[in-house]
Design a protein around this ligand. Structure first.
Ligand SMILES: [Zn+2]
Ligand SMILES: [Zn+2]
Length: 400
């Protein structure tokens, strides 16, 4: 009979022992911010650290040079649980999204959990997922990994993200893109307008029709439609023969999102028909919405709570209005997953800012890193020690 409490205690002790290593990793990434798909320094440090701690590391997976899968096996075959690391920075604001702490906490959680699972069946994984911010060929790497089936046989996935408050189980909006290219006929705008077919008029009509969809939107699905007129003609005395609209459509409900993207596309088709121009419509999923898994959320939340972290009640978090989109959404559509936020900066600190980057290096930021690594590590161990949680998570996943 495994004593889960003492294993969790051991995880906490290891994270404390590794405190300076974890802070060094966070600082090194902070000092050497790298854009997505180019995180070579971070990749080297993270993979070397995991290898030094006995992990088997597959590097450059799925043709993404800075992606990795690190595995540490327990006592024999059993469930597989994973923590995800991000390590890409942003132009101008360095680690303004705080991914240096995501990487460091995942490494800390993985190492600490690895030392506590020698009597447990199964394995833990630390998965290095580059370019979360979408930069470069590995952009949205979790989507690429999800499409390759990586998460299909992983039983539980967790991670954290720095923020201005603490919480577990927040929703995320799915985002799909819908780009419309209208093609008409140029003509002199005053002398021979009757010979032209105005692509901009069709685009304008499509833009307005898309606005009108909003009235019928499902209120519980957090629909957001945002778009721009990318091209609208060359000169005012020429009837435009080409106009381009680019829309982002977001919702917390993936099925509903797919349905709404079709409706937005229909606005383009209808407008083109009305104005007698042609339209080409390219619609595709970008990031999926997050599929919440309550058993996973509850387990991760309880570990934060036990550590004394000021986490909101998870029931509040799962109902909070989702604001952003992430490639973690695609992971959650493939495997039972839970995400968490650690509070490193005062309320009102903007995301993607130098202020948030600086907050990762404050005492508050580094203390949050320590707590986050512990909560993630304890959860990895708990999931292997109590496979019934994973079973419940799988049942929940299949039925939602
Ligand atoms: Zn970001
Ligand atoms: Zn981020």
């Amino acid at each position: 009979m495994v004593d889960l409490d003492s294993l969790k205690k051991q995880v906490q002790e290891t994270v404390d022992e590794k405190r300076s290593l974890l802070e060094k990793i966070a600082k090194y990434l902070y000092d050497n911010p790298e854009l997505g798909s180019e995180e070579f320094k971070a990749f080297k440090l993270l993979t070397e650290t995991l290898e030094e701690h006995g992990f088997n590391v597959e590097k450059g997976v799925y043709d993404m040079p800075t992606a990795f899968i690190a595995t540490y096996k327990g006592k024999g075959p059993g469930p597989r649980v994973a923590v995800l690391a991000e390590y890409d920075a942003l132009p101008g604001v360095g680690h303004g999204c705080g991914h240096n702490l995501i990487a460091s906490s995942a490494i800390g959680a993985g190492i600490a959990a690895s030392k506590a699972i020698k009597d447990l069946a199964g394995e833990i994984m630390v998965i290095g997922t580059p370019a979360e911010e979408g930069h470069g060929p590995s952009g949205g790497s979790k989507v690429i990994m999800a499409n390759h089936g990586l998460f299909d046989d992983i039983d539980g996935v967790i991670m954290l993200h720095p923020s201005t408050s603490w919480g577990v189980g927040n929703q995320a909006l799915g985002i799909s893109k819908c780009r419309m290219v209208f093609k008409g006929q140029t003509s002199h705008a005053a002398a021979s307008p009757h010979l032209g077919r105005n692509a901009l008029n069709a685009a304008t009509l499509a833009y307005m029709a898309t606005h009108m969809l909003r009235q019928e939107a499902r209120r519980d699905a957090n629909l957001v439609i945002h778009g721009i007129i990318e091209e609208g003609g060359e000169a005012m005395n020429i009837i435009p023969d080409r106009a381009v609209l680019d829309f982002g459509v977001r919702s917390s409900d993936q099925e509903y999102l797919d349905e709404m993207v079709d409706k937005v596309a229909r606005c383009g088709e209808g407008a083109a028909h009305a104005m007698g121009v042609e339209v080409e419509i390219d619609k595709h999923r970008f990031y999926a919405s997050k599929k919440l898994n309550y058993p996973m959320v509850r387990t991760l939340w309880q570990n934060y709570k036990d550590l004394g972290a000021p986490v909101k009640d998870w029931k509040e978090s799962v109902q909070a209005m989702p604001m952003a989109s992430t490639d973690y959404g695609d992971v959650s559509q493939k495997a039972p997953a839970a995400g968490s936020y650690i509070g490193i900066a005062p309320t009102g600190t903007p995301g993607h800012s130098i202020k948030l980057a600086e907050a990762t290096m404050t005492q508050t930021g580094l203390d949050a890193l320590n707590t986050g690594a512990k909560a993630l590590g304890m959860t990895l161990v708990e999931l292997l020690a109590k496979p019934e949680i994973l079973k419940e998570a799988k049942e929940y996943f299949d039925s939602h």
